[in-house]
Design a protein around this ligand. Structure first.
Ligand code: SF4
Ligand code: SF4
Length: 433
């Protein structure tokens, strides 16, 4: 007999021992901050509703069935509810623990694809680069445009969302890059998986910005993808292996900080202490590592960033990546750095800290909700009249670039490090620093 969806994911041995579950006082103050509740006005699509469901499952009152999974999976993991919650409930930990019990959901094919991506692709930079090369070939041969005409609607949308793969990956020529000018700090830098293959130029810019600010930069060859996508999608076994590898790669290097230019990765790495809390060999090292992790903007402001002198004549709107604003509570520093660039005008947009609908692989797994949020985001950007939008996170950048094509306005999409490096590079005296 073919198993039903319910029987596929139901488990009699549920372990949902989550202390955060009992901190929620059900006040509902998080509801209006939640994008899925704002869109649907259904309690079970709100943080409070989802916490209620997980608590019921933890107490054995309901089963972890397909309906339960649907409510959990429609959550973006944007953590806007954490910012809104006066009781300090760490909703992300609740959802991650529940998703770890559920495992990847969807059809057999979708689960197999997810398992391959989480267990074989993300932990292997070589496989990731091979996939990116194949994708580039597919795009350069223009096969994507031919295929587009024959695909069913859902796959057509996914095909259109594929990011353009650049010809160059981030493959640093050394593991150690000296500071430019007087040395002020010794830092590690995460290369990242998506950042390395799709945004090599932004990794180069980040490396240059750090060096121009007096940082000696260590790029350990043995570092790996941070595991954020695995954690958010309930695949913690490989995530733990990846976390251990990164800890080993960076911790012995005697660093003042581990700098990360991707908001989602930074948030996950700041949580390694929690992820490996029950690992007797790594719990302490993971806590120490997490304390070192800093978002690039956060780190530069704390260091006392050297004000750029080159001009960038541009009006930009700033989009807060969820895992920067809500996951790391970093909102003022990127704005301060943008405002330090001569010629750059920064305009605030409505709901700048509302999720753009990217949320890791959410735009693929929940396309309807993702598109609704993206439409709303692009309308907010259009209202500002800005010529560009800045969003320091690869997922947001990909989603917003797709949004400019699908809904407009035709704005440019930048990373904060990209604009900072432009400002430093256009200063004729910068090399003397
Ligand atoms: S998560 Fe926080 S804000 Fe939301 S209902 Fe619970 S206590 Fe209230
Ligand atoms: S993480 Fe985001 S989508 Fe999920 S419950 Fe919280 S606010 Fe809603």
């Amino acid at each position: 007999m073919t198993p039903t969806a319910d029987s596929l994911i139901s488990t009699p041995n549920v372990t949902l021992d989550i202390p955060e579950l009992y901190q929620c006082v059900h006040c509902g103050l998080c509801l209006n901050a939640c994008p899925t509740y704002r869109a649907l006005h259904i309690e079970s699509e709100s943080p409070r509703g989802r916490i209620h469901l997980v608590r019921a499952a933890a107490e054995g009152r309901i089963e972890l069935n397909e309906r339960f999974a649907d409510h959990l999976n429609l959550c973006l993991m944007c953590r806007a509810c954490e910012t809104a919650c006066p009781s300090g409930v760490k909703y992300g930990r609740i959802a991650e623990a529940a998703r770890a019990e559920l495992g990847p959901s969807g059809s057999t094919l979708a689960r197999a694809a997810a398992n391959f991506a989480f267990k074989s692709l993300l932990p292997s930079p070589a496989r990731l680069r091979l996939l990116a090369r194949l994708l580039r070939l597919y795009q350069q041969s223009r096969l994507d445009r031919v295929v587009q005409k024959f695909l069913p609607a859902r796959l057509r949308e996914m095909n259109a969302m594929l990011p353009v793969v650049p010809g160059k990956f981030f493959t640093p020529r050394a593991e150690l890059f000296p500071a430019i000018g007087e040395m002020r700090a010794r830092v590690g830098m995460l290369s990242g998986c998506v950042m390395s293959v799709l945004f090599a130029d932004i990794n180069e810019a980040t490396l240059n910005v750090l060096r121009r600010n007096g940082c000696e930069v260590v790029l350990p060859k043995s570092q790996i993808c941070c595991g954020a996508l695995n954690v958010h999608n309930g695949e913690t076994t490989t995530a733990k292996k990846m976390a251990r590898q990164n800890i080993d790669a960076f911790l012995d290097a005697k660093l003042d900080a581990v700098v990360v230019n991707a908001a989602g990765c930074g948030a996950a790495m700041k949580e390694y202490g929690h992820l490996l809390g029950d690992d007797p060999d790594y719990a302490e090292k993971a806590e120490e590592f997490s304390r070192l992790v800093k978002d690039a903007g956060e780190f530069l402001v704390a260091l006392g960033a050297i004000a750029p002198r080159g001009r960038v004549e541009l009006t930009v709107a700033y989009q807060d990546p969820c895992h920067l604003a809500h996951g790391q509570k970093v909102t003022a520093q990127p704005r301060a750095l943008l405002k330090s660039i001569p010629g750059l005008r920064v305009i605030e947009m409505n709901g700048s800290d509302r999720c753009c609908g990217s949320a890791g692989i959410y735009n693929l797994t929940q396309p309807e909700m993702s598109q609704e949020l993206l439409r709303e985001k692009m309308a907010s950007i259009a209202e500002t009249g800005a010529a560009a939008v800045v969003a320091p996170n690869p997922g947001c950048m990909l989603q917003l670039r797709y949004g400019t094509k699908r809904y407009g306005p035709p704005v440019q999409v930048f990373h904060l490090m990209d604009l900072l490096e432009r400002a430093y590079a256009t200063d004729k005296n910068s090399s003397s620093r």
